[in-house]
Write a protein that binds this ligand. Sequence first.
Ligand code: KG4
Ligand code: ZN
Length: 330
Amino acid sequence: MTLVLGIESSCDETAAALVDGDRRIVAQRIASQDAEHAPYGGVVPEIAARAHAERLAPMIEGVLADAGVTLADCDAIAATAGPGLIGGVMVGLVSAKALAMASDTPLIAINHLEGHALSPRLADASIGFPYVLLLVSGGHCQILRVDGVGRYKRLATTIDDALGEAFDKTAKILGLGFPGGPAVERKAMEGDPSAVPLPRPMVGSGEPHFSFAGLKSAVLRAHESGQFEIADIAASFQQAAVDCVIDRLRVALAETDDIDTLVVAGGVAANATVRAALEQVAADHGMRFAAPPPKLCTDNAAMIAWAGVERLALPEFSPAPLDISARPRW
Ligand code: KG4
Ligand code: ZN
């Protein structure tokens, strides 16, 4: 049975996991840096890199110990090589290189977005190619056509902020703390989604791209006006964001008639309102809808290990050279 060690350190989660060819997450550990970054209301790259450097090596040892295996039992070491914060990516990739060299195990350099893109297949063996993927995280907001491992076509992207970033900025404006997405979602439960008139940027546009900067500015103005309750602003923001996503997705889906599965991934996929709305869009298009469990939606190493399992199975697979560089903008 194939066994791959995965390492993730591209943003503010330090994570290691072992995943096998049967989709079993044999062991995984994850350390969030929320407490370190919370005083600044966002991720501070220098703090993140230090925290990864301190935690990663003992974490990898821990994961191997949890599973009762050694590196010699692993068929490959898969690490995020980008995109992400350069310091963190380097910590993970350099660690993976050192381990690969010391144990003579193949190294696989994984694009973080590919990790998210393939994560639904880790959660559910019945998800086959092709599928339409909505990838919504703190750093990315894209609609992709996924035809196979390494075969991705981008149908849409954001012209300014990512959706998770919009949640985070809204949380900051409303004083809801960090990380913002879950805080906005919780607050929104107490509010009225139609209480605050907010714009739906790009809705109606013929291209499926996203834009959230104008929505964030409108949230700021609504808050500063002093006319609205925090919960109502949170709920109205979330509704506006969902309306934008749904409209953009409908435009993209008009170009993908041959695909019958819609998948969502990335941190914002943990949001219940977003998930429910996507389920409806899929139903309207006669498509199957799939979303990984929330723990696989936010950054984790199991998805990186799984992307490694998928890459290892390709007939054209070849290990990454040990002099491969981190690619922060990959
Ligand atoms: O995928 P992820 O862990 O990291 C990136 O690759 O960016 O996504 C983190 C993003 C953050 O912006 C966070 O606020 C957002 O996902 N997020 C949520 C929720 N949980 C996480 N946004 C809305 N609702 C949530 N429940
Ligand atoms: Zn991510």
